[in-house]
Ligand binder design. Structure first.
Ligand SMILES: *[C@@H]1O[C@H](CO)[C@@H](O)[C@H](O)[C@H]1NC(C)=O
Ligand SMILES: *[C@@H]1O[C@H](CO)[C@@H](O)[C@H](O)[C@H]1NC(C)=O
Ligand SMILES: *[C@@H]1O[C@H](CO)[C@@H](O)[C@H](O)[C@H]1NC(C)=O
Length: 396
C-alpha cells in the first residue's frame, strides 16, 4: 500500500473520531458517575429512618406459564410467577423501602428456559420502582444456562442495582456477590459523611465442592477474611473524628444458606415459626464466630428454608429467616407467602439533629388481602447493647 492510498481512510478516521469524541466522553463520564458516583450513596431519610425490604426465595421461572407450588387446589389455575411479581409490587407500595434486598434463589434455574430473561423479570418490580436494590445468590440461581459468575454479572448490569460481583480490594475471594454497602447519616447532620449502618452481602455458595463433604455450600475463609477486614476498616472510620464514636456502627449481614447456629432456638426463644429443619451446610464454617468477634453485626438475614420465618438472638446477634416469598417455591397451602421488613432508626443528637442509629426493628407482612403485618420486634437498641457487654477492640 502506498502512502497516498492510506491517507484518505486515515483522514476519514480522524474526522469520524473527532465527531464521536464528545459522545464517547459523555458516555464515559456517565458510566463513571454510575459506577462510583452519587447513585450508590445510601443515606438515612430526613425522617431519621432507613428501611430495608427483604425478599427471600422468589424461585422465579418463566413468568405466567410457570405454575405455583403448594397452594390450595382451587388456586392452581390462576396462580403463576406473576403472583410473585404482584407481591413484590404490593410490598414496595406498602412499605416504600429505601433498599430492597433479594437473598437468593431469585430464580429457580432448573425451570428457567433462559436465565437472563428470568432474572430480568424477577427483578423487574424493583427496577421499575427506581428504589436501589441489592441481591445475593442462593443454591438454585445457577441451574439454568448461566454459571454463578454469569448470574452475578448479569445482576450487576441491571438498572438501579447496588450489587457487585466481588470487592475490588481483595484479589482472591471465593464465590460471586461478596460486597458491602454503607448507609450515611442524614444530610446536613453531623453524621452526613459517616456510615452509620453497614450492610454486608455474602455468597453462601450452592453445594459443597469438597468430595468428602456432602450437602450445601458455606462461607469460605477468604470471604470471612474480607468481612473481617471490611468490618475493622469501617470501625476505624466510625470511631475516628469527626464525630468519633465509642462503639462501631451496627452492621447487618445478608446471605442465603443458614448457619448451623440457626438451630440454637426453639419456640421459647425465637419470634416466628420453625416448621422444617435448618438446612445448613454439614460443616460449620465459623462465620457466626467471625461475626461475633467482629463486634458490629447485630443481625443476619437469610432465606433457603421457606417454612421457617423466625428471628432468634444468640451472643448478641439476631439470626433471622424471612420466610418463603415466591409462588414457584415450595411452601404450605394456607400459610401465606411472606416478606421481612427491617427498619433502623436514628437518635436525636445533643444539638437536636439526627445522630447515630438508636434501634433496629423488624416485622413481616403476609401476602393476604391486607398485607397483614406480624411478629414486630426490636432486634437491637443502642442502650441495651451498650449495657450488655464491652465490645472487643481490634479486628485483623
Ligand atoms: C394469583 O393472582 C391471581 C390474579 O390476580 C389471583 O386471582 C389469584 O388469587 C392469585 N393466587 C394466589 C394464590 O394468591
Ligand atoms: C461532609 O463533607 C462535605 C464535603 O466534603 C463537607 O462540606 C461537609 O462539611 C462535611 N460534613 C461534616 C458534618 O463533616
Ligand atoms: C432456647 O431455649 C432452649 C430450651 O428451651 C435452650 O436449649 C436453648 O439453648 C435456648 N437457646 C438460646 C440461644 O438461648
Amino acid at each position: 500500500m502506498t502512502m497516498k492510498e492510506v491517507k484518505i481512510p486515515f483522514l476519514i478516521v480522524v474526522v469520524v473520531v473527532a465527531a464521536l469524541l464528545p459522545i464517547w466522553v459523555l458516555a464515559a463520564a456517565k458510566q463513571h458517575h454510575q459506577e462510583g458516583g452519587e447513585k450508590k450513596k445510601l443515606r438515612f431519610g430526613s425522617d431519621g429512618q432507613f428501611k430495608i425490604l427483604q425478599v427471600a426465595d422468589m424461585h422465579y421461572g418463566n413468568g405466567k406459564t410457570t405454575t405455583c407450588l403448594d397452594v390450595f387446589p382451587s388456586q392452581f389455575p390462576t396462580c403463576s410467577d406473576l403472583n410473585t411479581t404482584a407481591f413484590v409490587h404490593r410490598m414496595i407500595q406498602a412499605e416504600k423501602p429505601n433498599l430492597i434486598v433479594f437473598t437468593g434463589d431469585n430464580i429457580y434455574g432448573f425451570d428457567a428456559a433462559d436465565a437472563a430473561t428470568s432474572l430480568n423479570e424477577a427483578f423487574a418490580p424493583a427496577i421499575s420502582s427506581n428504589i436501589p436494590w441489592a441481591a445475593v445468590m442462593g443454591n438454585h440461581d445457577q441451574e439454568s444456562d448461566l454459571s454463578r459468575e454469569g448470574v452475578m454479572k448479569h445482576i450487576v448490569g441491571l438498572q438501579d442495582t447496588l450489587a457487585q460481583v466481588n470487592p475490588s480490594d481483595q484479589d482472591v475471594i471465593d464465590g460471586f456477590g461478596n460486597y458491602n454497602l454503607e448507609v450515611s447519616g442524614v444530610e446536613g447532620s453531623g453524621f452526613e459523611n459517616k456510615s452509620v449502618l453497614n450492610l454486608y452481602f455474602l455468597d453462601s455458595g450452592d453445594y459443597s465442592t469438597v468430595p468428602s463433604i456432602s450437602g450445601y455450600g458455606w462461607i469460605k475463609p477468604s470471604q470471612q477474611y474480607w468481612f473481617e477486614r471490611t468490618s475493622a476498616k469501617l470501625r476505624k472510620a466510625y470511631t475516628s473524628k469527626p464525630q468519633a464514636q465509642k462503639a462501631p456502627a451496627p452492621g447487618l449481614t445478608f446471605f442465603h444458606i443458614p448457619l448451623p447456629e440457626f438451630a440454637s432456638f426453639d419456640s421459647s426463644n425465637f419470634t416466628g415459626v420453625r416448621q422444617e429443619g435448618i438446612s445448613s451446610a454439614s460443616v460449620n464454617s465459623g462465620f457466626f464466630t467471625t461475626m461475633v468477634a467482629a463486634g458490629d453485626v447485630k443481625a443476619a438475614f437469610i432465606g433457603h428454608d421457606h417454612l421457617n420465618d423466625f428471628c432468634g438472638e444468640l451472643s448478641g446477634i439476631n439470626l433471622c429467616y424471612a420466610g418463603g416469598f415466591g409462588y414457584h417455591a415450595y411452601g404450605k397451602a394456607g400459610w401465606n407467602r411472606r416478606s421481612r421488613v427491617v427498619v433502623a432508626s436514628l437518635e436525636k443528637s445533643e444539638k437536636g439533629g439526627w445522630g447515630a442509629v438508636k434501634s433496629i426493628k423488624t416485622w413481616k407482612r403476609l401476602d393476604d388481602q391486607h398485607l397483614t403485618a406480624i411478629d414486630g420486634q426490636v432486634l437491637w437498641s443502642k442502650s441495651s447493647a451498650g449495657m450488655r457487654r464491652k465490645k472487643p477492640v481490634g479486628g485483623t
